[in-house]
Design a protein around this ligand. Structure first.
Ligand code: MN
Length: 178
């Protein structure tokens, strides 16, 4: 799913989200996770690949417990600059609600085939080995692999932005009139 789909869904006169432009990936691949309180509360997991962010909506968010298989639905590619986005998407616009930058860092690809992507995350909060398993259409399972980062913490323990240190409420307040 390309950036055309990303651009088509958004009115850039109304939303402060970045316009979708393809860039060239550097040596180190980046990733981010955004906590997105829209019509449904969810986390967006985004991995840089070929100059865009491959994006997955994760309703329950990632889990540090390998027994939890978290649904991750692949959505449209996002521009690489989206990894820095935090703020408000106006009501009535696509994805309207509050966006917090919940984690960011680098990752590396350890293995991939038609169905499985195995990665190592070097984030502030998400670390170690993870898998994304494609089981049907755009539906994947995001699973923590067994390593020393298992049960490191619960994601709900982290209530603030890695960018601004603000909570969801504080982000909503800060950007409400902008
Ligand atoms: Mn989202």
């Amino acid at each position: 799913m390309s950036l055309e789909s990303y651009n088509a869904k958004r009115n850039f006169k109304k939303t402060k989200e970045p316009k979708g432009k393809k860039t060239v990936s550097g040596k180190r691949l980046k990733f981010c996770v955004q906590h997105h309180l829209a019509s449904h509360d969810h986390y967006d997991f985004r991995l840089e690949l070929n100059g865009v962010l491959k994006s997955f909506a994760v309703p329950k968010g990632p889990s540090y417990n390998p027994k939890d298989k978290r649904l991750a639905v692949m959505v449209e590619d996002h521009p690489l600059s989206y990894r820095n986005f935090e703020g408000i998407i106006p009501e009535g616009e696509y994805g309207g609600g509050t966006v917090m930058l919940w984690d960011r860092g680098y990752y590396k690809i350890d293995y991939y085939d038609d169905k499985v992507l195995k990665i190592t995350l070097y984030g502030k909060r998400l670390k170690g080995k993870w898998s994304l398993v494609n089981y049907k259409d755009n539906n994947f399972l995001l699973i923590k692999e067994i390593d020393k980062y298992v049960n490191y913490a619960k994601i709900s323990d982290f209530k603030t932005s890695v960018k601004s240190d603000l909570t969801m409420k504080e982000i909503a307040k800060k950007y409400q009139n902008k």
